[in-house]
Write a protein that binds this ligand. Structure first.
Ligand code: F0G
Length: 363
């Protein structure tokens, strides 16, 4: 065996998950010569929620995409986009981001030996995400504007300069993100009845719907889920039916006023019989805390799917006994500020077990 195989698709016999481009190779836009740039993304847990099932009368599962290597679902698309960029001989990649795309682009570009530049809205991305871009060696540009402005800058740059755009307007990103739907079906042994997820730039809902439709067309599943997407109320252009010029929400990951995949998101909701609606910041924060108290530390924006579930339940919109999947798109450690906010400082104690026991009410 050579010391370093050119790709590792055939060398791993451990049975451990090998990353999306290997696990779903037959459904991916790759050939034998495509260099596989992977951090072994995907294969994330589908967690049954007893608590949410009991609360709603449904069978609720959480697809925890925060368990990806860089802590968000963006890795699913980035393994494909960066592999294809490398195959095409690109030297540099660029993206606009509310933080997670830039973290993934920086990591995968670093793995591939490519240069990455990321353009983010100044002061509006979580510290953990900024740290990721920096530590992986990406050049970070803060734009004096919001995500939509940053994407305009990147599109213009990629049009006129030799850099590859790796936002979800790059079709390879969508190709990779379809895998979340396939994994859910593979894990459940069927398609869910309802699929709930947060919506920002709307690439993910587009990709998941494509994934389900392809599995259905190929006879892997015999039904399709209703797709229910949730925007933050202060950044809900699709719900309002018009561009929002100054989007505002505490869920900075989905603080987007002019989603690039807008028409595809509407098509996913319409074709599936689902919907795209808004949840308030208050509802998102309550959902974030609730799901954390049940063992899953998800990023604030990603819990819009749980906020949506609770709202649909309260409105009597959930069919009893339905199989529901809520996607949690990012990890809570991206932005611990929301976990700590309002919490009391930990109690300081001397090195004394009896003292600790008194404080804990054990003695
Ligand atoms: N959840 C998280 C944690 C996100 O980071 C994003 C988007 C979304 C949901 C929405 O997904 O854009 O496909 O509808 N984040 C992008 C970024 C915009 O730059 O990281 P979408």
């Amino acid at each position: 065996m050579s010391a370093q195989a050119p790709v590792d698709r055939a060398t791993d016999r451990s049975g451990v998950w090998r990353g999306l481009l290997v696990e779903y190779a037959d459904r991916m836009p790759i050939g034998p010569d495509t260099p596989i740039v992977t951090l072994r993304e995907g294969g994330t847990p589908l967690i049954h929620s007893e608590f949410l099932s009991e609360l709603t009368g449904c069978d609720v599962h959480i697809k925890f995409d925060g368990a990806n290597p860089t802590g968000s679902f963006k890795d699913r698309g980035m393994t494909v986009a960066i592999s294809k960029a490398k195959e095409a001989g690109a030297q540099a990649v660029i993206c606009a981001s509310t933080g997670n795309t830039s973290a993934a682009a920086a990591a995968y570009a670093a793995k591939a030996g490519l240069t990455a530049a990321v353009v983010v809205p100044k002061g509006k991305i979580a510290l953990g995400k900024l740290a990721q871009a920096v530590v992986h060696g990406a050049t970070v540009l803060q734009v004096q504007g919001n995500f939509d402005d940053a994407l305009d800058v990147c599109r213009d740059l990629a049009d006129r300069y030799p850099v590859e755009l790796v936002n979800s307007v790059n079709p390879y990103r969508i190709d990779g993100q379809r895998t979340a739907a396939w994994e859910i079906c593979d894990q459940l042994g069927r398609a869910p009845d309802l699929h709930l997820l947060p919506v920002g730039n709307a690439g993910n809902i587009t990709a998941h719907w494509r994934g389900y439709r392809e599995y259905h067309a190929d006879g892997v599943i015999d039904s399709l889920p209703l797709m229910h997407g949730f925007q933050a109320a202060g950044a809900s252009p699709i719900v309002r039916g018009e561009r929002v010029t100054s989007p505002s929400t505490i869920a900075t990951a989905i603080r987007i006023g002019n989603p690039a995949s807008w028409p595809f998101a509407v098509a996913a909701a319409d074709e599936s019989g689902g919907s795209i609606t808004a949840v308030t910041d208050r509802q998102i924060l309550a959902a974030f805390r609730l799901i954390a108290r049940n063992g899953v530390f998800a990023e604030l924006a990603s819990t819009a799917s749980i906020a949506g579930l609770l709202r649909m339940h309260e409105a009597g919109q959930l069919p009893r006994g339905a199989t529901v999947v809520c996607v949690l798109t990012g990890h809570g450690l991206k932005d611990p500020e929301w976990a700590i906010a309002g919490a009391a400082d930990p109690t300081t104690i001397p090195v004394d077990a009896d003292h600790a026991a008194r404080v804990l009410g054990l003695a």
